[in-house]
Design a protein around this ligand. Sequence first.
Ligand SMILES: [Zn+2]
Length: 206
Amino acid sequence: MADNNFKQVGPVKLPLNWGGTVKECILRYFEFHGERYLVVEVGEINTANPQPTLIRIQSACVLGDLFESRWCDCSWQFKEAKRLLFENGRGLLIHGYDQNGKGLSLENHYRVYAEGQAKHLELLTETFDFLGLKYENRHYDDIGVILKNYYNISKMKLLTNDPVRMDFFKTNGFEIERIGIQPPIDEYNETELRVKKEKFGHLIKM
Ligand SMILES: [Zn+2]
């Protein structure tokens, strides 16, 4: 995992409106060598509590989260995770602010879509291959440090469909249970979700 050489700003208290419910939450800013993470604490994060902490790690997706693109399920997953965290009353949302499009960068995210559409490439993976880009570019070292060294969390329930993310935390000594987050599949997101499932082993029912 990464070293402890990170910057932290906070706590900041804000009333957040997630799915029509307003709750006062604590927010913190973390920065590791220029990579930024925004953490929202829902309820009291007390590591003396023997119950595992409910956690959602959300990578930024500007096209999905800000503009509500239906091509990916990011926006849906983000809203659903926020709803579940409020319903649970206790947990952490960790937002990878610099991990847009699975760490692709914003510019390359546009490039992948533009090339795919201009060349009528059928599968998203063909576009990545054509541009010489990797589909998955994220790492979880910094988040591991936030959880283990800052919050002293070792037991978690993780809201995810991604087996790579599960493997990382298991390998790094976390006790982890997966809570699936099944997106509704429709004509807009089917291609992307099929790639996630068939090429990258995401645990999605299709
Ligand atoms: Zn997305």
